[in-house]
Design a protein around this ligand. Structure first.
Ligand code: ADP
Ligand code: MG
Length: 357
């Protein structure tokens, strides 16, 4: 369906300096494939999607779409865009139109679909994304998750052959990520061809037929989700998929700001989509710092989370300590809230790790 060869993109900065974001991108995309583009930010994932549908034309290479070279002079770009839909992080709905009008607009304007037919199809698409009852309201009254579902319905209204999603859930409150991902999952089941830039690793693993890991201007590694996540060949891929997120606190005495720690733990949990664990993490810190660990100062506390394994843990580390500070008598409440407690000496002291679900 799409063949990309030696695609490159160089930006010229206002000061005349150049930045080559895409160096040499090569790939082939078959109908029905669901490809997730993952990689550190700034590695050109958005640039690649924008190059594909010529929002931001590449500076070199070729893109063949359905047998046609879309970079040739005089190629009808608007025709191609009808077949290659795009959904953005920031929804880009028309605020002065109702939800249904947003969905009907392009079919009426561009495809000249009769009004009644466009309305009927629009309502059907809104039903598909679970928003039929919002047809007549304005986007401003919708939540972020609802807006993004409208944006997907609007994209589907043009009956695209492929949809490009650029971080469709990054601008959303974590509670709304799921509703958008389930619409995309449904499209995948129906066989829609999709390229999805996402930071949702679990979603990428579940939904994709292939993963592209973008790094340093190249598709550094591509493979099935199983290959990329469980058995990455290249070290940069491995480092990216196995990375562990962490936030560290130095507990240094009575003036330690527990409220600040609590709010940073909560922010951490929201950022990495484990908001459901935040109450437990905060409770456990409080219990540990006021209970078994109360007399150990200074101490380093850490919350860690692996997106790949979805393991979340709290570490309490005391330098120079040789035996576990935990006393069984004080532990029942803490034990009840943990999946596992690991007590282990480290090179510099002792660590108590609480694994939480
Ligand atoms: P990603 O989506 O992987 O985070 P982007 O494709 O947005 O990365 O950006 C890749 C690099 O290209 C970044 O360094 C960014 O600053 C730069 N870049 C993106 N768009 C432009 C632009 N219009 N002009 C100049 N530089 C840009
Ligand atoms: Mg981006």
């Amino acid at each position: 369906m799409i063949t990309v060869s030696h695609l490159s993109k160089t930006y010229i900065n206002p000061d005349g300096s150049q930045l080559t974001v895409l160096k040499d991108i090569n790939c082939e995309i078959q109908p029905g494939e669901v490809i997730s583009l993952i990689g550190p930010s700034g590695t050109g994932k958005s640039t690649f999607l924008r190059a594909l549908n010529l929002l931001d034309p590449p500076t070199g290479g070729s893109i063949i779409f359905n047998g046609e070279d879309i970079l040739q002079k005089g190629y009808p770009v608007h025709k191609m865009r009808q077949k290659m839909g795009m959904v953005f992080q920031s929804f880009n709905l028309f605020d002065h139109m109702t939800v249904l009008e947003n969905v009907m607009y392009a079919p009426c304007k561009i495809k000249k679909t009769p009004l009644e037919k466009a309305r009927e199809e629009g309502l059907q698409l809104l039903r598909k994304v679970g928003l039929a009852e919002k047809a007549d309201v304005y986007p401003s009254s919708l939540s972020g998750g609802q807006k993004q579902r409208v944006a997907i319905a609007r994209c589907l209204a043009m009956q695209p052959e492929v949809i490009l999603f650029d971080e469709p859930t990054s601008a959303l409150d974590p509670t709304m990520v799921g509703e958008v991902l389930s619409v995309i999952r449904q499209l995948a089941k129906e066989g829609m061809t999709m390229l999805i830039v996402t930071h949702e690793m679990k979603f990428a693993r579940d939904v994709s037929t292939r993963i592209f890991f973008m790094y340093d201007g190249y598709i550094h590694e591509d493979g099935t989700p199983k290959q990329i996540f469980e058995n990455p060949k290249r070290s940069a891929t491995k480092a990216f998929v196995q990375r562990i997120r962490k936030e560290v606190f130095e507990v240094d005495g009575n003036e330690f700001d527990f409220l600040d720690m609590e709010s940073r733990i909560r922010q951490f949990c929201i950022k990495y989509n484990i908001a459901a664990k935040s109450d437990k993490a905060v409770d456990l810190c409080q219990l540990m710092l006021s209970g078994p660990m109360a007399s150990y100062v200074p101490m380093t506390v850490r919350i860690t989370h692996s997106e790949l394994s979805e393991d979340t843990a709290l570490d309490f580390m005391v330098e120079g300590l040789e035996t576990s500070p935990l006393k069984e008598a004080k532990m029942q409440e803490i034990r009840n809230q943990c999946r596992e407690i690991v007590e282990e000496p480290t090179s510099r002291g002792f660590r108590v790790k609480l694994r939480i679900d």
